[in-house]
Write a protein that binds this ligand. Structure first.
Ligand code: ADP
Ligand code: MG
Length: 435
């Protein structure tokens, strides 16, 4: 198991300078005001643990995409200010992230003190994972903690390179809980185990579909990507979104489902609108749009499907309620528009109800989390809402995350891909062989 900061005792931490990679890439308005500080709050348990254990905490994060240059509007000052308010203690904000000046200032940090380095992406060496840059960063500290799950799928200097020069290198509390929830919990799930995969494109979710179809009992496909599956089965989808180059992928996933005895559920009805309307260019999210419920397999050329229909809402809600573990990634409709939010809302509510009945509900994906926020559903209504969009997707695909693999104690078995259900065709082969 990846070593967690909790395994480091006061003895090992007191008086030590600890470099902590956090994800403070928060949204800001045009005046630089932080519009959502949940990422800062998510790192507090780790920071507080270090403070309580008399360590000297040196935080490092990226903010925005400055692409290796100093961009004044992307400095970390507003974040240091908010963090200081949340911690109710001073945070030493540094205007650089490496170098002798930074080190000498850090040397004045007291036990239990907290410092925040400048935006790490102001330096070209960060995204290039340049060894000499990693070394300079490592020189600031004696220990390393990675609590930035959201960037763990990138091998950058502050997420990966730096671990070549710092030991111990351990996972922060947020990182540990992400690994537990997306890894351990989903590796030996209480069944029935259901996945709901939505979003616009099959191509962006091929790997996760192929991985999950071998593990779950039911794979629910919603959103725009369902139409590629429907077309692959010979249905008429009108002008609904479809990736014609993914029809074979859809067929391959359906055949895997057959091999692994997984039920694939595709929306039977869809909430459609006129194909003439370009929703994103012509409509406001609050507009009341003229809709029609149609059989998903016979949508005429002048219509396009934007959300699941009422029958499908009922089916999805029922399947969710009959499950014990559900993983959800990707909205099942264009939820950003009020007229097409009902399907996604139904799923979100059914998941919250399942959580209430002690089911395990895990949600990942940037837009899925945005949907919860739109509906005013608290993260606490679910077992786990992942903080890492891209990272959680790559983890569910079974990929090794470089920012995790470089930590102490990591073993390959922790990747989400390791266990699958028995393959039915393989079973049949065995039976045949033994006759
Ligand atoms: P996540 O970020 O949760 O992984 P994705 O990025 O894969 O989700 O997909 C989210 C997008 O999919 C949303 O912007 C949503 O509007 C879009 N979408 C959902 N259903 C449809 C549909 N029927 N047609 C077109 N786009 C859709
Ligand atoms: Mg997205």
């Amino acid at each position: 198991m990846t070593k967690s900061i909790k395994e480091l005792s006061k003895n090992e931490l007191a008086g030590k300078r600890v470099l902590v990679r956090v994800d403070f890439n928060v949204p800001q308005d045009s005046d630089g005001e932080i519009t959502d500080d949940s990422r800062i709050k998510a790192a507090l348990p780790t920071i507080k643990y270090l403070i309580e254990n008399d360590a000297k905490t040196i935080l490092v994060s990226h903010l925005g995409r400055p692409k290796g240059k100093v961009v004044e509007s992307m400095r970390m000052d507003p974040i240091a200010k908010r963090l200081s308010e949340l911690l109710k203690q001073d945070v030493m904000k540094l205007d650089e992230a490496i170098g002798p000046d930074v080190l000498s200032k850090l040397m004045s940090l007291e036990n239990g003190g907290v410092a925040l380095l400048e935006n790490i992406r102001f330096y070209e060496g960060e995204e290039k994972n340049d060894p000499s840059f990693s070394k300079s960063l490592a020189e600031l500290a004696e220990l390393y903690v990675n609590d930035a799950f959201g960037t763990a799928h990138r091998a950058h200097a502050s997420t990966e390179g730096v671990t070549s020069y710092l030991s111990p290198a351990v996972a922060g509390m947020l990182m540990t809980s992400e690994l537990e929830m997306l890894g351990t919990k989903l590796d030996s799930p209480e069944r029935p185990f259901t996945a709901i995969i939505g979003g616009s494109k099959v191509s962006s979710k091929i790997a996760v579909l192929k991985n999950l179809v071998k593990k779950v009992d039911t794979l629910i496909i919603g959103g725009g990507m369902a139409f590629t599956f429907i077309k692959a089965q010979g249905g008429q989808i009108g002008k609904s979104i479809c990736e014609d180059d993914q029809l074979d992928t859809a067929r391959e996933i359906m055949s895997l489902a057959d091999d692994f005895d997984t039920a694939i559920i595709i929306p039977e009805d869809s909430l459609c609108m006129s194909a003439e309307v370009n929703l994103f260019d012509e409509c406001k999210p609050s507009d009341l749009i003229e809709t029609e419920v149609l059989d998903s397999r016979s949508i005429p050329e002048n219509k396009q499907g934007m959300d699941i229909g009422p029958k499908t809402r009922e089916t999805f809600a029922k399947l969710i309620s009959q499950s014990r573990t559900v993983i959800w990634n990707g909205p099942v409709g264009v939820f950003e528009y009020d007229s097409f939010e009902e399907g996604t809302k139904t799923c979100a509510i059914a998941l919250a109800e399942l959580t209430n009945r002690d089911g395990v509900t895990i949600i990942g994906g940037g837009d899925s989390v945005a949907a919860l926020e739109k509906f005013g559903l608290a993260k606490e209504s679910y077992t786990h809402v992942s903080t890492g969009g891209g990272a959680s997707l790559e983890f569910l695909e079974g990929k090794t995350l470089p920012g995790v693999a470089c930590l102490d104690g990591y073993s390959k078995d922790e990747a989400a891909s390791t266990s699958t259900k028995p393959n039915r065709s393989f079973d049949a082969e065995l039976k045949k062989a033994s006759v």
